[in-house]
Write a protein that binds this ligand. Structure first.
Ligand code: CAA
Length: 287
């Protein structure tokens, strides 16, 4: 089996930057692609700020940070992915955008054995697989936020994914990224979001109906069930736009009212109150 040393990460937002950071710390040569020079600059800042924070908090040494920075390269041109052996797509949770990235990667990546993975939370992996000429090498690889902290990665073979791709992906995740694996079938939400999203949306409905305040709902779950953060703080961390997109895909798949994005979530997204990343969501982060 070919050793994987050259990773591509497409998208350097919250998830892509975390994946790139973990992979570079794991010793991989990582090329990160973003859509524009400005997006490349902010993606790079995000990765480097997180590595610096790791040094400040005593998680990694300065030498480890410097080595990781040296293993990371950035581009605004997907053609740069040509020599990659494994590529993880982590762009916005939007079917058209992701399909476009997979079709482009299929044209560009020269190694016929390369694995093309998607970090989708809820879209069918098969839709991305069939947008390429190599559906046997396309697989779901779902990370959790913050990527450097959360130990889990869900591995999701599509109907077309070969057993060899699954084996190589599992080995790659545990050996190079040091993450634990849960394998799930290609059903919207996989294991974790299928359980988590209805819980988060129920908390939004509780705020909307006026039956409890956001602070009390969060305190309830933090102190009553030992969750590290309550559901509304967690929505602010995930991003309300991402949560809405995930809920929409899950609702489309199951037609189950529990997955339907509540009106308050939609209104907050429309207002640009997306959570931490915009400074306001269920809580204010501007201070
Ligand atoms: N990078 C690296 N380390 C980080 C970090 C980051 N971005 N954020 C926090 N940490 C580390 C800190 O260094 C700290 O480590 P130590 O305790 O060893 O010093 C630890 O995590 C705790 O951090 P803080 O003290 O700053 O803050 P906290 O105790 O409030 O923890 C949290 C923050 C890690 C986010 C924690 O609240 C948590 O785990 N929350 C739940 C997150 C969760 O459920 N994520 C899944 C979301 S669902 C998803 O991602 C999937 C999807 O498809 C939507």
């Amino acid at each position: 089996m070919q050793t994987i040393s050259r990773l591509g990460v497409v998208g350097c937002g919250l998830m892509g930057s975390g994946i790139a950071e973990v992979a570079a710390l794991g010793g991989l040569d990582v090329l990160v692609a973003e859509g524009s020079p400005e997006a490349v600059r902010s993606g790079r800042r995000r990765v480097e700020a997180s590595l610096d924070r790791g040094v400040r908090r005593g998680k990694i040494t300065e030498a480890a940070r410097d080595a990781a920075v040296a293993r990371l390269a950035y581009t605004d041109d997907l053609d740069g992915m040509a020599d990659r052996q494994f590529v993880i797509e982590a762009v916005a949770e939007n079917r058209e955008v992701k399909t476009g990235v997979f079709a482009a990667l299929d044209r560009v990546v020269t190694d016929p054995e390369a694995v093309l993975a998607t970090n989708t939370s809820s879209l069918p992996v098969i839709d991305l697989a069939v947008s390429t000429q190599r559906p046997a090498q396309v697989i779901g690889l779902h990370f959790f936020n913050p990527v450097p902290v959360q130990a889990l990665v869900e591995v999701i073979p599509a109907l077309t994914t070969s057993p060899d791709t699954v084996l190589r992906t599992r080995a790659f995740v545990s050996e190079h990224l040091g993450k634990e694996i849960v394998q799930a079938s290609d059903r919207s939400g996989f294991v974790v979001n299928a359980l988590l999203v209805p819980f988060l949306l129920s908390a939004v409905r509780m705020v909307d109906s006026g039956s409890a305040r956001a602070e009390d709902i969060d305190r309830g779950m933090e102190l009553g069930c030992a969750h590290p953060m309550g559901p509304l703080r967690l929505l602010d961390l995930i991003g309300l736009d991402t949560a809405q997109a995930v809920a929409e895909s899950m609702y489309e798949e199951y037609k189950e009212p529990l997955y339907a994005p509540p009106a308050l979530l939609r209104r907050m997204v429309a207002a640009g109150r997306l959570g931490r990343k915009t400074g306001q969501g269920f809580y204010d982060y501007t201070a």
